[in-house]
Every structure is written in C-alpha cells, then in structure tokens.
Design a binder for this molecule. Structure first.
Ligand SMILES: Cc1ncc(C[n+]2csc(CCOP(=O)(O)OP(=O)(O)O)c2C)c(N)n1
Length: 639
C-alpha cells in the first residue's frame, strides 16, 4: 500500500496541465516525489527502474514547458518513461505495469494520448519525431516535436540516419540527448570519449563562461543567452563546443546541461522552444539518480524484479533451473576453450545474452558493438570472411532489424555466421515489442540457412557444437527466454546430424511434430491424451530447415492426423514448412498447426500467455483432442 500522506504534490497531478503553475520549488518537490513513488511501487512489482530515475527532471521540465499532448514528446526505447506515465494520468495504475492487462512497460499509442509514438526497440525516436515535425508542417498544425534519446540508443545507426535527414529537411525539432554514459551495461559510445575530451580541453574551458555554460549558475541566463547567441552566429561555437559533431549535422547544440536541475531545464526549454530548425539539447544525467542502491549498482538497476527498498537487493525466489541464456554463455566458454577462433558478438546485451560469461573468461573473444544489430551482423560477416567463427547473439525481436544484413551480407555470401537467438517465443512482461514470434518465419525462407531449435539445454549445447564444427554456411539456433528443463548436462558435446529429427514417443492415433520448448509441452500433452484414449507419437523435429523429409514421408504414410506445434507465428513458421512439404508431395493428410496467432500478443507472464492462447500442455491437449475426436475441428483449432 502506498502511504499518500507522504506526498505533497504527486497526488494532485493527474495530467501535465496540473503542473503548469508550479514554481521551481514545487517542481523540485514533485521530482523527488516521483522518485519516491517509483521506489515505492517498482520495489513491489518490479520493472524498469534506473532509466526512469534518471529522466525525472527532463520529464517534468518538458511537460511543464510544452503543451502536451498537442506538442509531441517521442521517448526513445520507452523503458525510461515511467515518470512520463506517472504524470500523464497513469500514476494509479503504475503497480499494474508489465502485468497481464496492466500498463505496458514501454510507450504505447493505444494506452495514452500522451504516448506520441510506440517504442520498445531503441534508436527510433529522431526518425519518428522528424516525421511528425514534417507532418505538422504539411498539415500546418504548428506542433512542437521533441525526441528524447539516450546515449545508448545513440549507438544505433538509425539515430544518425535521422539526424542527417534533420539537417537536410531543417524542420523544427528538438532532440534531447539524455546522456548518462550507460546503456544497460556501461555504454560503448565512442562519441562520449569525444565529449569528455572536448569538455576537458583548455580552450573550451577558457571560453566556457562565454558559451552555453548551462551547468553553472544561470540567474542571468536569458540575457547572456541572447548575447552569446549573437556571437555564435559568427561560427565560433562550431569550433569550440562539444556539440561540433551535431552542428556539422545541421543541429544547433545546447549543452552540456545538468539534466537534474529542473529549474534550469525549464528555463532552457522555454528559451529555445520557438527557435527554428533542428536543436540538440545535451543533458547529462545519472542512471538510477536519487536512489542510493541504484547509483551504486553496476547496471544502475536498469530493470529489476521486486526488491528490498532499503538495500535495493532483489527479493529472491528459490533457485530455479539454469536459464537457456546461462547455458549458452557457458557453452561459448567451453567452445572457445576448444577453438580460440570462435568469438561472441552482442549488440549491447552482454548479460541478456549470457555473453558476459564469455567476456569474463575470454575478453579477447568478446565484442559489444553497441545497440547496433545491423552492424553486429555485417561485422560478423566480415569476421567470417577471414576464417573467424562469429556467434552473433541477438534476441529474436532485435534481429528483425538486421534482416537485410542476414540475407545480403551473410547468407548470399554463404558465410559461416552462427546466430544465437535468445528470447524466441513469448517473452512475457516486455510484451509485443520484445516477443520473438517471427524468427522461424523470417529465417527459414533464406536460402542456405540452417535453422534449429533445441528441446532442452543439452541440445542447445550440441547444436552450438554442430554449428561450429559441422556447418559450413550460416545457421541459427533459437531458444526461449527463461529456465531450461533442468536436465543433467553431459560435459562433452555431441554433433547432431543435420536435418535429423528424433522420435521421442511412439503412438498410432496422431503424430505431433514439435520444435524447441514445445517438444516438452507436447510430451506432457501426449500424457494427457493417453488418459483420454489417444496415443500420440511425439517427434522432436530439431531442424526447421532443412526438414527431416524422410521422417515426414514416414509420418505422412502412417498417420491420418498430424499436428505441428511451435512457439512462432502460425504464419510462415514451422507448421507452414511442413504443410508446404506435404502439399508439394501430394500428401492429403489431415493437418492442424498449433502456434502463435496472427495478431500481436500483449504482455503478461509467459505462463499466462501460453495459457491464454492455449499453447501450454493443457491447451495443446485440448486442441488435439478436438482434432482427433471431432468433426470440422480445424476451424475450431486453427489459431
Ligand atoms: C534495437 C534494440 N536493441 C536492444 C535493446 C535493449 N535495450 C533496452 S534499453 C537499452 C539501453 C538503452 O540505453 P540508453 O538509450 O542510454 O538509455 P538509459 O537506459 O541509459 O536511459 C538496451 C540495450 C532495445 N531496446 N532495442
């Protein structure tokens, strides 16, 4: 329960309109209450945390100065937008964040009119904001448009594509660079070294008093700004400010400013909001600001499960089974021990992918390229041309960004790049931006790509070994978020024959062809079917491409009824591959595909979502029972 008596301002703010008359003292009070409220609520329910704590003053200042929702604030990535949610009418639902039917953990246009643009993936904000500014111009709606982007998101190429275009189009747009020097892990943004160098340059410091010294005392800010602005027209600024790079791209650079001084931010935004053309405000912030345990935390509590408010320590659940992520990370270490030509590549997700384990053991075999999935893939392709064996560890939903690179730079050139695709299937609380629901569809159509899905942790290890040692061209291994099955692992690796499935249960009434984590679910469903008098054969297909066609011929000849099960979109995935094969070979069996429906699935726990769309063991059982016993079942079963 939240003790509302502790709050003087927060519960009087139901929308940004309520802070318009706030004094600087009030704004400061509100900022500290937003932090307090985030700690109170997120410590109980979990969620993204450090980024939001660092963006409180920016959020309050922007909503104070601009006329939202008519003016448009585009938050990049969206994990740092909890303060924005809190002051745009969603304060009282914050405890539902990331839960089934609750608030989204990111930005969502259908959730609030204040969410100008949906987000979840990084580096999109400047492009979207430029589109909005241009749209506002065309329709003459005279809206102010502000993009807020982190230094981590600035490592994504799209941000530069957008800035370049801003310089060309010269629309009125404000980009706020929320620079906390952190991505999830410490950021690998080379330009921040440039800023540091610039800011510490003696020449810059000598002239600092005369230029945009917004970090200091700014009581006479208005007058000085005008005077200094005039001098800048002569071009001095472009030579001596850290914003030279942005200036070269066509932005007017303001900063660096203290992103936690709300009064100063309000002044600055008020002054510049009517300036024409692209502006860039460089705000220095601190991830986890104002909450000691986050400030001392290596990842600044980027995201957390529920935690103890005092210590910041996660409230531990009992030790579970090892995650696929950690199995992958440890397998990388074992593989590198056998062959030092293997390297792991992550796009800013060392912990998320498990490659932090490799980084610790073999730092020279590890690369964090920033939030730059496209680059990661082509970088891997380049490495492969030289005989290095790159393993690009990228979440299923983030690999979507690098699709052309997978086709054009890797597959077309038949390069040996191994894609380790974590978070394949429904990821749970992160929701539709992060669900990995399409990779089987988008990978299996690529010529020469071998696509695998392990049924358990051992098979993941063996597939990695197979990809390294038995496959010459590109390959992909996709596995789900979360725990494995908990099986005992062999220490040695074993190669798996390419395109070979395995029959796990023999039966005669129906054949269940399953991939990945759906194999285990299918075995459990087969158990339930047995009790209902239906004997199912369960096959672990292992390969989505190439399919085990010998086995498919055998199945088609032995079974009238065949079911495919996958945690991928029903459109174009594994089941579709089986249908194509059967159709091409004139088999007329009765086939039902079980998978993810052809619509975006919201957030909830993985378990809840599996239940809801009936791809948990009970759901699979239920569907197959109808299929085997009923008539016209396909209509009922098809998802
Ligand atoms: C395309 C893409 N790749 C990876 C991620 C995962 N991710 C979420 S937040 C984040 C770090 C963002 O850093 P920054 O933009 O500096 O924001 P901060 O959290 O530091 O405020 C990353 C890598 C993502 N959301 N999108």
């Amino acid at each position: 329960m939240i003790d509302k008596t502790k709050y003087k301002y927060l519960f009087n703010v139901d929308s940004p309109g309520d802070i318009k008359e706030f004094s600087v003292v009030d704004l400061k009070g509100l900022c500290s209450e937003i932090r307090q409220y985030m700690v109170d609520v997120i410590s109980q329910v979990g969620g993204h945390f450090g980024g939001g704590l660092g963006s409180v003053e920016l959020t309050v200042a922007l909503h104070k100065v601009f006329n939202t929702p008519s003016d448009l604030i585009v938050w990049d990535t969206g994990h740092q937008a909890y303060p924005h949610k809190i002051i745009t009418g969603r304060r009282d639902q914050l405890h539902t964040i990331r839960r089934l039917n609750g608030l989204s953990g990111f930005l969502k246009r259908t959730e609030s009119e204040y969410d100008a643009f949906g987000a979840g993936h990084a580096s999109t904000s400047i492009s979207a904001a430029l589109g909005m500014a241009t749209g506002s111009d065309i329709l003459q709606t005279n809206k102010k448009v502000i993009a807020v982007i982190g230094d981590g998101a600035m490592t994504g190429g799209m941000a530069y594509e957008a800035m370049n275009n801003c310089g060309i189009l010269k629309k009125n747009i404000i980009v706020v660079l929320n620079d906390n020097n952190m991505s999830i892990a410490p950021n690998v943004w080379q330009i921040s070294n440039y800023f540091t160098e610039m800011i510490s340059h003696p020449e810059y410091n000598r002239l600092k008093g005369a230029i945009w010294d917004l970090t200091g005392k700014l009581d006479d800010f208005g007058d000085r700004l005008r005077k200094v602005a005039a001098r800048f027209e002569s071009g001095i600024k472009s030579v001596i400010t850290p914003g030279m790079l942005f200036e070269a791209l066509g932005f007017r650079y303001f900063g660096p400013v203290n992103g936690h001084n709300v009064g100063q931010l309000v002044k600055l935004f008020t002054h510049i909001k009517d300036y024409p053309g692209p502006l860039l405000v460089h705000a220095i912030t601190e991830k986890g600001k104002g909450y000691k345990p986050a400030e001392g935390h290596v990842q600044r509590l980027h995201a957390s499960t529920p935690f103890d408010k005092i210590t910041g320590k996660a409230i531990k659940k009992s030790e579970g089974k090892p995650s696929y992520t950690s199995i992958f990370g440890n397998a990388m270490v074992d593989l590198v021990k056998e062959n030092s030509n293997i390297v792991g590549i992550t796009a800013a997700m060392p912990d998320g992918t498990g490659l932090d384990i490799l980084q610790q053991e073999f730092p020279q075999n590890y690369f964090d390229v920033g939030i730059a999935e496209e680059h990661a893939v082509t970088f891997a392709a380049g490495l492969a041309t030289q005989g290095v064996i790159p393993v690009a560890a990228i979440y299923s939903s983030f690999l979507q960004r690098a699709y052309d690179q997978v086709i054009h730079d890797v597959a077309l050139q038949k390069l040996k790049v191994i894609f380790a695709i974590d978070r394949a299937g429904l990821v749970g609380a992160d929701g539709p931006t992060h669900h990995g629901t399409f990779d089987l569809s988008y990978l299996r159509m690529i010529p020469g790509m071998i696509v695998m899905a392990p049924k358990d942790e051992q098979e993941l290890r063996d597939m990695m070994y197979t990809a390294v040692n038995k496959i010459e061209g590109p390959s992909a291994i996709r596995y789900p978020r979360g725990e494995g099955t908990g099986i005992q692992l062999r220490t040695n690796f074993e190669a798996i024959e390419i395109g070979k499935a395995e029959v796990l249960l023999h039966g005669e009434d129906v054949a269940i062809l399953a991939v990945g984590n759906m194999v285990q679910y299918s075995i459990e469903a087969a158990d339930l079917l047995k009790n209902a008098g239906i004997n199912a054969e369960v096959i672990n297909m292992r390969f989505i491409k190439p399919l085990d066609t010998k086995l498919l011929d055998n199945i088609a000849n032995r079974f009238d009824k065949i079911v495919t099960v996958e945690e991928n979109s029903i459109v174009g995935g594994f089941g579709s591959a089986v249908l194509e094969y059967f159709s091409d070979h004139n088999y007329k069996n009765d086939i039902v595909r079980i998978g993810l429906p052809d619509h975006f699935i919201d957030h909830g726990t993985q378990k809840e979502l599996h239940r809801m769309i009936e791809i948990d063991p009970e759901g699979i059982f239920h569907k197959i029972k109808i299929f085997c016993k009923g008539k016209g079942i396909k209509e009922e079963v098809a998802v």
